[in-house]
Design a binder for this molecule. Structure first.
Ligand code: COA
Length: 194
């Protein structure tokens, strides 16, 4: 598996993906204190801004220790700095060359196809740039948007793990697993992009 010397900045389809800085703790707190956003995430809504600051620091550590990459999503126009949401290639297991995709957006951006488009670029980063063998999308079975994103992006449903995650306030929740393997990804690429 390969890793990035510097944090990988990505420009794609009118969006800029970059690292979050601690100055964005307020924006991240706004995202993760929203009940609608947290409904399908394995977390309780945040109650204090310092939780967001700690999370940003954890993501910075994760990058340094090759455990994951978490990008902030911004509009790539006029130096726009407003956070729209985040995407991640996380839970990286370098020995088995696998990882998971993660994503969340402020509700005002939902349903506009943003994550569907970004996932195509994240697949490229995972397989072509990092040399991963297996990429997963894991979500609660009733998270229709995530299920649609996984299927449209060519992931295969492998099954649902019953009572897999305990979430305070929700109890035990099921987790569905979708996978895309490197040979599946490369065999479906147009010849010019291989
Ligand atoms: C999941 C999430 C990131 C999807 O991002 P998005 O950019 O809104 O997704 P897209 O616009 O690319 O939509 C993908 C598909 O889901 C559908 N969809 C989007 N939001 C939906 C919703 N709230 N309910 C049902 N379907 C929805 C879209 O119609 C689209 O389906 P289609 O291609 O058949 O038309 C976003 O809804 C979100 O932030 N949710 C809260 C956090 C979360 O659940 N993260 C994922 C955890 S696994």
């Amino acid at each position: 598996m390969r890793w990035f010397k510097d944090f990988p900045l990505i420009l794609v389809e009118g969006f800029r993906l970059g690292p979050l800085s601690e100055q964005e703790r307020r924006a991240l707190f706004d995202l993760y204190s929203d009940n609608k956003v947290c409904m399908f995430l394995q977390r309780d809504p945040m109650r204090q801004e310092k939780e967001a600051e700690a999370l940003i620091r954890k993501w910075q550590e994760d990058f340094r220790h090759r455990r994951g990459i978490r990008w902030g999503i911004y509009k790539d126009a006029g130096g726009e700095k407003d956070l729209m949401g985040t995407v991640a290639i996380h839970y990286v297991d370098s020995i088995n060359r696998r990882a998971e995709l993660g994503a969340d957006l402020f509700p005002c951006y939902w349903g506009a196809g943003i994550i569907s488009r970004l996932v195509e670029r994240l697949k490229e980063a995972a397989f072509k740039e990092m040399g991963l063998h297996r990429l997963e999308i894991r979500c609660m079975p009733d998270n229709i948007a995530s299920v649609r994103i996984a299927l449209k992006a060519g992931f295969t449903f492998e099954g649902t793990l019953r009572d897999y995650v305990y979430i305070p306030g929700k109890g035990f929740t099921d987790e569905s697993v979708y996978r895309l393997l490197a040979p599946e990804y490369f065999s479906r690429l147009p010849v010019s992009e291989e």
